[in-house]
Write a protein that binds this ligand. Structure first.
Ligand SMILES: [Zn+2]
Ligand SMILES: [Zn+2]
Length: 146
C-alpha cells in the first residue's frame, strides 16, 4: 500500500472502525493487517489460510464477513470480479488494475488520466457515477516469460 506508513494506516483503521461502531478485535486487526500487507489483492480464502495457524478458532465465514464489513465501511475495496472468487484491495485511493488471465494476478497502476475519463453521455443521463476503474487484461510479465 503506497504513501502510508503502517502506523498511520493502523490508526486510520481504528478510527474508521470506531466511527462505525465496530469493535477492534484481535481477529479484525489480523484480517486487516493480512490484507494491507499484501500486494496481491488476495481472496478471503488466501487470507484465511495465512491466519488460521495463529487463530485456530477462525472460520472462513468470519473472514468473509469481516472483509465485507470492512468494504462496507470504506476501509478496503472489493475488486470487481466477473463470476470469479471475490478479491479484496487494501488501497482505497483511486487506482486501476491489470489482471492476468492466466495466473489471476492483479497489479495496481495509477493513471490520473484514466481517473478523469469522460463519462459517456448514455450513462451520464441515466446513472449516478461515483467512480471509474479501468481494468486491463492480458498476460503478466511472469506468465509471458514462462
Ligand atoms: Zn500471470
Ligand atoms: Zn488495487
Amino acid at each position: 500500500m503506497h504513501k502510508q506508513h503502517k502506523k498511520e494506516r493502523f490508526e486510520e483503521f481504528r478510527k474508521i472502525c470506531r466511527e462505525h461502531g465496530l469493535n477492534v478485535t484481535p481477529q479484525r486487526i489480523a484480517v486487516y493487517e493480512a490484507l494491507s500487507g499484501s500486494k496481491n489483492h488476495p481472496s478471503a480464502e488466501e487470507i484465511f489460510r495465512r491466519l488460521v495457524s495463529n487463530f485456530p478458532e477462525l472460520s472462513i465465514d468470519t473472514v468473509y464477513r469481516t472483509l465485507n464489513t470492512f468494504a462496507h465501511i470504506g476501509l478496503i475495496r472489493i475488486v470487481g470480479g466477473y463470476g470469479e472468487v471475490r478479491r479484496y484491495d487494501p488501497d482505497t485511493q483511486p487506482h486501476h488494475h491489470f489482471r492476468c488471465l492466466k495466473c489471476s494476478r492483479i497489479v495496481d497502476f495509477e493513471s490520473p488520466e484514466f481517473s478523469r475519463l469522460k463519462v459517456p453521455d448514455v450513462l451520464q443521463r441515466k446513472c449516478r457515477i461515483t467512480g471509474v476503474k479501468v481494468v486491463f487484461e492480458g498476460l503478466c510479465e511472469e506468465c509471458l516469460s514462462r
